[in-house]
Design a binder for this molecule. Structure first.
Ligand code: 5GP
Ligand code: ZN
Length: 137
């Protein structure tokens, strides 16, 4: 638990939230500023900042709860699809540094277009593969 963490405060009940579900290791609640109705956040009860810090077993527990809840949320709000996402670092849109998985109900024509892709230039894709590969050496 971190004193300055808003999600730790929600887990402790110090800040109100609309709880969807909790088990021994995870806690799920409605995002207060939803992309679509039913947008839910799943967090571990122990504080880890993001994907770089969270242990494998805790990440597995987060994803276990995500998979348990996603079809139920989809059914409940009549969604036609679900996005699952974890933002890591400010540049990737992470605002709260207590790891959380977003469960985002999606509807045909809801206006939230998929990310725009950009093509590689000639030969660039193999260069990128190689520099990523260097990280495993
Ligand atoms: P991030 O951008 O870090 O991936 O997502 C943080 C999410 O937390 C945002 O979607 C934001 O709306 C949500 N959020 C921030 N503060 C609160 C809060 O106090 N209560 C709830 N329920 N959601 C919050
Ligand atoms: Zn926290």
């Amino acid at each position: 638990m971190e004193n300055s963490c808003i999600f730790c405060s929600i887990i402790k009940g110090e800040i109100p939230a609309q709880k969807i579900f909790e088990d021994e290791d995870t806690f799920a609640f409605l995002d207060v500023h939803p992309i679509n109705r039913g947008h839910t956040l799943v967090v571990p009860k122990i504080h880890y900042a993001n994907i770089y810090e969270v242990p494998d077993d805790v990440l597995a527990k987060i994803m276990h709860t995500v998979r348990f809840l996603a079809p139920k949320i989809k059914q409940a709000v009549g969604a036609e699809g679900i996005n699952i996402g974890i933002n890591n670092d400010k540049a990737a849109g992470q605002l709260v540094f207590h790891i959380h998985a977003h469960i985002i109900p999606r509807f045909e024509g809801d206006g939230h277009a998929h990310w725009h892709g950009n093509p590689y230039q000639d030969g660039e894709i193999t260069t990128i593969r190689d520099i990523i590969g260097q990280e495993f050496k």
